[in-house]
Design a protein around this ligand. Structure first.
Ligand code: ADP
Ligand code: MG
Length: 695
């Protein structure tokens, strides 16, 4: 790398402007090179006024017909209006709150070029605050006759000046950004070299496709996206390769245990369940640790799969840990595992923070001594004070609540690398799965147990609440259960609690003869557990709850879910909530209540919920609407912020980056060949560990 060139010494900058630029983080010419346009204007050709349409951002050129101040302000006219004509029509340019010197720049009969966005006002075209190109400016290749970059604003630096500075920077410094990817990688990725890309991103060539630059999909922009995604995938490729080098205790299945499991299955497995069980059992038999992600929509039956894996491991006399994100879920798993294994000498224990100190101590002791075969619990399982005797399989349920760090913590609980099965009900769009879990193999349960009737979903405006209550009354009257779910108020747990309490009160009034329960985040685990049990057993028929019911709770009798302020939830989250019902064979209902103020816009966004129950489709839609940052779990996952890449737009680049990073890792895992010095230092600069033992 060459020495940094302070921005101050770029032609036309100097100390005063340098300071302003520094406020945007631009201190060197290199910083400026990576300060990208936020958009582009196609100024390759002047457009005749007659061809103007609202929304076009183009140059027009004409003779000045009039220059006029209108509207009276305290210090003279408020609006400057300049009308020009080009022989095909006229257009007005308007400046609101202008400096008097602006008017002096226009003289009737002069020719002027204006660049701006066309609006139509009373049938006539106009532009507000267009860029003015007079005389020689109109011939300057920086501002005209090309696709022109539009930069994010830098305070104290006029847009035109900034463009000029960038022009200087590009012409004198882009060359120095040497390409570090080997030619075969660039070729396979279909992107041009770095210096060429940087130059074109600032000042696209005349024959470029302006639209592709505008939506950041030109090959030159993809070069930057590719570099970023490659770095991300390189880290995952290393992790994956690291796991392949590690050895684990092989846990092959045998006839005996398989027959035992089959005898105990309370239902026939679906085809998808059988397939994923096969994939998992195959992994477990290997000498290398399994790192597998099991994706399956809510209610698709992941728990039984986990139990089967646990039983196969148990047969070998090793320990299994099953980690759930909440106390309620851990206890639910514990009871299910216990009943499925009843009569077998498998010792299953629960470790939960909710247990009294003494019992917790005892549970930890049993795990340490190996008395416990299958330990089920919350994150309490990965606390430092917990030691396993011979942990060989870890199951993490509902991964989106846990991140990479938790996975690593569980792994450290074993002296030999344990097999890991990570389960999630959040359907993860494929691109996101690659970005987040590229180091895991993926199994998908894409089939529901037979006999499920799809949940019927309706968006309901506040005014029609009565109808919803009637449906609740009907279902509850027939022995069903109903959930009423409230959004979490992030700013204040107190507020959320007040909302929940008030709603519960209202519902008790509306249903005086029915048991109504309340579940919220402030309750102790055992209180929650007790309330859930009363609901499950039927002493309570309606459960009002904040989003704590979201994950994994299984009450087959529940046939209605009412979601208040549905507009505040993401589609994936609504889908998770909806999955609380429709678990039995009776038809179920989901009502999405939308506040009157939110009205139609919210209803439009949510209407896809009425049309599909396919979690993957909803997840893709969520990703498209809200971006990955909002996507469940992305923030906790340890994925770095992406500057150039957009996981929705750049799905194709991501796939290529994954393949090429894996290939490079196979060819030169330490990047020690001289040809890879550049890429090595690029990865190091990004702060990624490049080689050596995988973390
Ligand atoms: P999730 O994948 O959301 O964790 P669960 O494992 O809790 O789903 O299963 C949901 C419900 O479906 C449970 O009541 C479970 O007993 C039942 N179930 C799972 N697999 C089958 C199957 N193959 N046939 C019938 N019912 C099943
Ligand atoms: Mg589950």
């Amino acid at each position: 790398m060459t020495a940094p060139h302070p921005i101050q010494y770029v032609k036309g900058v100097g100390p005063r402007l340098a300071e302003k630029l520094a406020s945007r983080g631009i201190r060197t010419a290199q910083d400026a090179l990576y300060f990208f346009p936020k958009g582009y204007e196609d100024r390759r050709r002047v457009v005749p006024v007659r061809e103007l349409r609202a929304g076009m951002t183009v140059p027009v050129r004409g003779k000045i017909l009039s220059v006029q101040g209108t509207g009276r302000g305290f210090r003279g006219p408020r609006t400057l209006e300049v009308v020009i004509a080009d022989g095909t029509g006229r257009i007005a340019a308007k400046w609101f709150r202008f400096h008097p010197s602006l008017a002096e720049r226009f003289r009737v009969d002069d020719t002027v070029t204006l660049c701006g966005t066309v609006r139509i006002f009373r049938f006539f075209p106009e532009m507000h605050h267009p860029e003015i190109l007079h005389g020689e400016d109109a011939a300057d290749p920086v501002h005209f006759g090309r696709i022109v970059p539009v930069y994010p604003g830098v305070e104290g630096v006029p847009a035109r000046l900034l463009r000029k500075i960038q022009w200087e920077v590009v012409h004198h410094h882009a060359e120095k950004e040497h390409e570090f990817f080997p030619a075969w990688i660039l070729e396979r990725a279909g992107v041009p070299p770095l210096h060429e890309s940087l130059a074109a991103i600032h000042f696209p060539r005349d024959d470029a496709d302006a639209a592709s630059f505008q939506d950041f999909s030109s090959p030159q922009q993809r070069r930057l996206v590719f570099g970023e995604l490659f770095a991300l995938q390189w880290a995952l490729a290393r992790r994956r390769a690291g796991a392949e080098r590690e050895t684990a205790v092989p846990l092959p299945w045998d006839r005996g245990i398989v027959d035992e499991i089959k005898r105990r299955l309370p239902f026939e497995l679906t085809g998808a369940q059988r397939r994923v069980v096969n994939e998992i059992l195959k992994d477990l038999g290997k000498l290398h640790p399994m790192h597998r992600l099991l994706q399956g929509d809510v209610g698709s039956g992941k728990t039984i799969v986990a139990w089967i894996a646990a039983m196969v491991a148990w047969r070998h006399g090793v320990q299994v840990a099953v980690m759930a994100p909440t106390e309620i879920l851990a206890e639910q798993h514990y009871r299910r595992f216990a009943s499925l294994s009843a009569g077998l000498p498998a010792r299953i224990d629960l470790l939960s923070a909710a247990l009294p100190q003494k019992e917790r101590e005892a549970a930890r002791r049993k795990i340490r001594s190996g008395e416990t075969d299958i330990a089920i619990g919350t994150h309490a399982l990965i606390q430092e004070s917990v030691e396993f005797r011979n942990l060989a399989l870890g199951v993490i349920d509902e991964q989106h609540r846990f991140g990479v760090l938790q996975r690593a913590a569980l792994r450290r609980k074993a002296s030999t690398a344990p097999h890991l099965l990570v389960m999630t009900a959040t359907p993860i769009p494929r691109t996101l799965a690659i970005a987040l879990y590229g180091d895991l193999d993926v199994s998908v349960i894409d089939e529901m147990p037979r006999g499920r009737v799809p949940v019927r979903t309706r968006i309901v405006p506040e005014g029609e609440r009565r109808k919803v209550f009637e449906a609740v009354r009907r279902e509850v009257g027939q022995g069903g259960r109903a959930y009423v779910v409230l959004p979490l108020v992030e700013e204040s747990e107190k507020l959320a609690l007040r909302d929940a309490t008030r709603t519960a009160g209202r519902i008790r009034e509306a249903f005086p003869d029915v048991g109504v329960g309340l579940l919220h985040g402030r309750m102790k685990a055992e209180e929650k557990e007790a309330e859930m049990r009363r609901f499950k057993e039927g002493a309570l028929r309606i459960l009002v709850s904040t989003t704590v019911v979201e994950v994994g709770i299984d009450v087959p009798e529940a046939t209605v879910i009412v979601i208040e302020h549905a507009e505040r939830f993401g589609l994936s989250q609504l889908h998770q909530l909806r999955g609380r019902v429709g678990r039995g064979s009776r038809p179920s209902f989901c009502f999405l209540m939308v506040g009157d103020a939110q009205g139609e816009e919210a209803a439009a966004r949510l209407s896809i919920m009425e049309r599909t129950t396919d979690g993957f489709r909803l997840a893709e839609e969520d990703l498209r609407i809200r971006g990955p940052g909002d996507f469940a779990g992305v923030r906790q996952s340890g994925i770095p912020d992406l500057v150039f890449a957009d996981l929705v737009r750049d799905a194709g680049v991501l796939q290529v980056a994954k393949e090429l990073s894996e290939e490079l890792h196979r060819r030169d895992p330490d990047l020690s060949s001289p040809g890879h010095a550049g890429i090595r230092s690029f990865l190091e600069r990004r702060g990624d560990a490049v080689a050596g033992p995988a973390g």
